[in-house]
Design a protein. Structure first.
Length: 134
């Protein structure tokens, strides 16, 4: 599969992952799809809880699914919300993602028709990473 097809599949996977969002309180659905080094794609959606701090973000679910299947190296992640414009990951997700190294980040609007590419590092400059523990 060529790079353009893979990117299209990644973004489409993030858009579709929103369908499984459990967001009865905020109604803010988020879907994420992470591209592993072997081109496997793992998806996740946000899961809210009535005790607000207990909820889990879509980006974290996607990474957790990939890690639980043995993947720890990632090429890219795509994130989609129901908004007409792209939205960036929250601060907690930025720190969670940088744990696995810098990667491409594709932000997508509600149907994936608008995307923006950046890196995790550009969203979290001077991040605390595993390198800082040495």
């Amino acid at each position: 599969m060529n790079a353009d097809d893979l990117l299209s599949r990644l973004i489409t996977s993030a858009v579709k992952a929103k369908e499984h969002s459990y967001s009865p309180y905020s109604k803010f659905r988020v879907g994420a799809a992470v591209l592993c080094q072997d081109d496997t794609i793992a998806t996740g959606c946000n899961i809210e809880n009535c005790s607000y701090g207990v909820g889990v973000c879509a980006e974290q679910v996607a990474i957790a699914k990939a890690v639980s299947d043995g993947h720890t190296r990632f090429k890219a992640i795509a994130v989609s919300t129901d908004c007409p414009t792209v939205k960036t990951p929250c601060g907690r997700c930025r720190q969670f993602l940088i744990e696995f190294g810098d990667m491409d980040l594709y932000l997508a609007n509600k149907d994936g028709s608008t995307t923006q590419k950046m890196t995790i590092e550009s969203l979290l400059p001077r991040a605390f990473t595993p390198r800082d523990l040495n």
